[in-house]
Design a protein around this ligand. Structure first.
Ligand SMILES: Cc1ncc(C[n+]2csc(CCOP(=O)(O)OP(=O)(O)O)c2C)c(N)n1
Ligand SMILES: [Mg+2]
Length: 399
């Protein structure tokens, strides 16, 4: 009850049922019901899931074609090799061969599913967490790890492998992806750009600006949020009050979906549909995958200070690699021999990486000034000369 001088005003309802009920009593003509402006934009209430956590298939869905089994076998292979790569990279930090490594263990279905949903001539805009996606894309793992070794430059040529350098400033890749995708469509090409982003980074302005620009200009971008539940030590509950991150699309007119990110079949199916939407000229698409970061944020972080070990154990039961293996075995598409063959391939991949990472790279400090601008600015030329003179003086001092 409000104060006595304030008249109680009945709540305004706009549901079609309310309009129908009110009409006969007031004898006014029925108010036409406007079409739902959010139709096709909102995600399903529950994340899309096609496999149970133990790999048992769920009933097929009419709205979502199942990926071909050959693609799933290839997904399994790349996920197993990817997991071994990830473990090797973590070990290299302990040996002092890598400065820092953000693991994506537990996120294999997302990392590999995104790559398999794209064509080789599409573009990927990764964050620091996506080393596994880049190796799954076929980029040399030593080149992938170059930045994380402390080199000032990305180890691969982005224009050759159609993959931007891994972004550490959160969400900046969202605007880069929108710009590139718009440029490609403007020139009549049907390239799609996929931008990875974390749950925490959806709170950054660049995520919203990228989404808005892409929607207004119908840029063919898939924004792929890997909601791994933490932004370093900040849990999702302190990050957002939205029902789920996929609901952030509707405000920009971007169709969105949420998916079980540890269900490889669902991830590939949902991302394939999102990429097809963008390629067909309908503009951007937002996908949120519910997954979990099994390791600490990086090797420099101690996750036991802010995470309950029981929570981690519960996610171990939803392991995406074991889930896909069980599914493929159940369909007769994978046997012990095939599993052993993939494991041997993964081991050889890790051995080769270890051997090549043992070679100490020689980095010329002056290369820091290369590739910043096509034509260096006068300030850069001056700074480069200062560094060169200092290095020369040091060398003389040593002699
Ligand atoms: C603009 C900016 N602010 C802060 C940071 C520091 N930072 C690095 S990673 C990170 C957490 C990001 O979490 P999330 O987006 O969920 O990605 P995840 O690491 O979980 O993959 C923060 C705050 C940064 N790199 N850039
Ligand atoms: Mg996160």
């Amino acid at each position: 009850m409000g104060p006595p001088h304030v008249q109680e005003v009945p709540a305004v309802t706009t549901t079609p049922q309310a309009v129908r009920r009110a009409s006969p009593r007031t004898r006014r003509p029925a108010t036409p019901v406007a079409p739902d402006p959010t139709a096709g934009l909102l995600p399903q209430a529950e994340p899309v899931r096609l496999l149970d956590p133990d790999g048992t298939p769920l009933p097929p869905r009419a709205d979502l074609p199942a990926p071909p089994v050959e693609a799933l076998r290839e997904m399994y292979r790349r996920m197993v090799v990817g997991r071994r790569f990830d473990a090797q990279a973590t070990a290299l930090t302990k040996q002092g061969r890598l400065a820092v490594y953000p693991s994506s263990r537990g996120q294999e279905a997302c990392q590999v599913g995104a790559v398999l949903a794209l064509r080789d001539d599409d573009w990927v805009f990764p964050t620091y967490r996506e080393s596994m996606a880049l190796t799954a894309r076929g980029i040399d793992p030593v080149e992938v790890l170059t930045l994380l070794r402390g080199d000032g430059h990305c180890g691969y040529d982005p224009t050759v492998v159609r993959t931007a350098p891994q972004c550490t400033p959160l969400a900046t890749q969202c605007v880069h992806a929108a710009g590139l995708a718009y440029g490609e469509s403007y020139q009549g090409r049907d390239t799609v750009a996929l931008a990875f982003i974390g749950d925490g980074a959806t709170s950054e302005g660049d995520f919203h600006e990228g989404l808005n620009f892409a929607a207004v200009f119908k840029a063919p971008v898939v924004y792929f949020v890997q909601n791994n539940k933490y932004a370093i030590s900040v849990p999702l509950s302190r990050q957002t009050a939205a029902p789920s991150l996929a609901y952030k699309g509707v405000g920009y007119g971007v169709p969105s979906e949420q998916v079980d990110g540890n269900d490889p079949v669902a991830v590939l199916a949902v991302l394939t549909r999102a990429v097809a939407h963008a390629r067909a000229g309908h503009g951007p698409y937002l996908v949120e995958a519910h997954t979990y970061r099994m390791e600490a944020h990086t090797n420099a972080d101690d996750a036991s200070r802010y995470r309950d070990p029981d929570e981690v154990e519960a996610w171990r039961d939803r392991d995406p690699v074991a889930r896909l293996e069980a599914y493929l075995r159940g369909r007769g598409e994978l046997d012990d021999a095939a599993v052993a063959q993939v494991a041997a391939e993964a081991e050889a991949y890790a051995t080769d990486l270890r051997t090549r990472m043992n070679a100490q790279p020689v980095v010329d400090p002056l290369s820091l000034f290369d590739h910043v601008f096509a034509e260096p600015t006068p300030q850069l030329v001056e700074q480069r000369e200062m560094v060169r003179a200092e290095l020369a003086a040091d060398a003389e001092g040593d002699a």
